[in-house]
Write a protein that binds this ligand. Structure first.
Ligand code: FAD
Length: 450
């Protein structure tokens, strides 16, 4: 029997611009869908998940009719508004088993290799760097534990590097740090560059892309019908590539919730200003607090800084996916982030903040993401719930979903995100009350233990 899902048509999508889109060349969306159409696979959402899925499907099955329907434009969502850090690991997994730990690090490292390989293979004009990211430890005890952990991981074949406070000061003069763990395989990516530069390639290979085309209604069946303002798409399979927006489509309502995340970026710093600040040769870092602070440095010398406290995030009632008003209306959040940045880099007090923006995270209660296929006809593919850790994973999702579609997915079964059950997000108004009560009372972010 067909399952019908009505999309909430109030889906309005935040238009604040990030440092990534401000740095990008002028961009014109391709025309919206204006007539009924058919597809073998219709992908909803033009972020990393959607575009990487289209890329891998059309590469493997050149005659497949692949379509992307994007409500606004490519990189409108978190993929164009993030902190830019290309990281290893999967959130929400406890790494006690050596085999699982090795497998996850290897898969995510290959995910970063895949992004860089794609850029190099096609000569894409994408700004990125791959000179490592760090976790900074903010007290001596945690630094000691991290050091021991690095040695254990080395024994398991995972080459991370522990930096004591003196070694750290050579690379990153961050105040109050007792040590750091460096993963030299990580880096930073301009997601807007990546997605926009892939557009001509996808179009040349026959992918039908429609921007400014929100999917308003999904009617499941052997053939799935997607209603858009300009026409109905009939597809043999669909991909939910809408991460934090997915509950608005009627799916994963207890699995994922949208959380608004505010970020700032400084003006570009030249080499001298970077040295004065204490930022050496490293793409980015995060700290070891519950609400991590994270920062990365663009190749042009802008510091991108986010997180650091509950003030940097907002949950709005009823899965709202846009942050209301101008970026200025989140003034206290941006100021809290700036103060956190100054806490780490006192010399940042005099830096001009040139960018402020907000993006929509897709958060799960366990912080584990999920990739799989569902529906009576096993034709609704999905990958979502990256919980702020999706630059690598959402790009990897394209390979996973393509392999699932091809029925050739044995290697992914071993990974924790494979068909991971998601749940535990309470309905409104409990969710709103719970989120606000918990964050105010504890200063922490609500989550279930891994
Ligand atoms: C502020 C911020 C900082 C972050 N920092 C990092 C970081 O440093 N490192 C890291 O690994 N991860 C980070 N992340 C997370 C990472 O960016 C995301 O996990 C990843 O980009 C998700 O990609 P996606 O394609 O699944 O979703 P998105 O990029 O959100 O794409 C979903 C797309 O679906 C479209 N859409 C929604 N509804 C519809 C509809 N009805 N019809 C058609 N289209 C629709 C949207 O317009 C959007 O373009 C951050 C996220 C944010 C918000």
């Amino acid at each position: 029997m067909a399952r019908e899902t009505l999309v909430d048509t109030r889906t309005d999508i935040d238009s604040a611009r990030s440092v990534w889109s401000d740095a990008a060349p002028a961009y014109e969306p391709v025309p919206p869908l204006r007539e009924d159409a058919v597809a073998d696979v219709a992908i909803i959402g033009g972020g990393f998940t959607g575009v990487s899925t289209a890329y891998h499907l059309i590469r493997r099955f050149p005659s497949l009719r692949v379509m992307i329907l994007e409500a606004r434009h490519l990189a409108n969502g978190a993929s164009g508004r993030n902190g830019g850090m290309m990281l290893n690991w999967i959130n929400g997994v406890s790494y006690r088993d050596p085999e699982l730990t090795r497998r996850v690090h290897e898969a995510t490292r290959e995910g970063i290799d895949g992004i860089v390989g794609l850029i190099q293979e096609h000569g894409l004009p994408v700004r990125y760097r791959r000179d490592g990211c760090m976790e900074v430890l903010t007290d001596a005890r945690r630094a000691e534990l991290a050091h021991a952990r690095v040695e254990q991981l080395a024994g398991w074949g995972i080459p991370l590097q522990y930096l004591d406070s003196a070694a750290l000061a050579q690379r990153l003069g961050v105040r109050g740090a007792a040590g750091a763990v460096l993963d030299a395989t990580e880096g930073q990516l301009n997601g807007v560059d990546l997605l926009r530069s892939l557009r001509p390639l996808l179009l040349a290979r026959g992918v039908a892309l429609h921007e400014d085309t929100p999917v308003l209604r999904i009617r499941e069946g052997r053939t799935i019908e997607l209603t858009t303002p300009g026409g109905v798409v009939r597809a043999a399979a669909i991909v939910l590539a809408t991460n934090g927006y997915t509950p608005r489509l009627g799916y994963f309502k207890t699995g994922v919730f949208p959380l608004h995340s505010h970020v700032i970026a400084t003006e570009p710093l030249d080499a001298e200003a970077r040295a004065a600040l204490g930022w050496g040769q490293v793409a980015g870092f995060s700290d070891d607090h519950d609400r991590i602070a994270y920062a990365s440095m663009t190749p042009a010398g802008e510091i991108v800084f986010g997180g650091g406290s509950n003030a940097a995030y907002a949950y709005l009632y009823g899965n709202r996916t846009s942050y209301p008003g101008s970026p200025g209306s989140a003034g206290p959040a941006f100021e809290a982030i700036r103060r956190r940045m100054i806490g780490y880099f006192p010399a940042a007090e005099r830096l001009r903040i040139a960018h402020r923006w907000t993006g929509t995270l897709g958060i799960t209660m366990s912080r584990l993401c999920s990739m799989g296929v569902r529906g009576e006809h096993r034709n609704v593919y999905y990958a979502l719930g990256y919980s702020g850790h999706g630059v690598t994973l959402a790009n990897l999702a394209g390979r996973v979903l393509c392999d699932l579609y091809a029925g050739d997915h044995a290697r992914w079964r071993e990974l924790p995100f494979y068909m991971a059950p998601l749940g535990g997000v309470p309905p409104e108004p409990l969710r709103w009350l719970g989120y606000h009560a918990y964050t105010k009372l504890t200063g922490r972010s609500p989550r279930q233990a891994a």
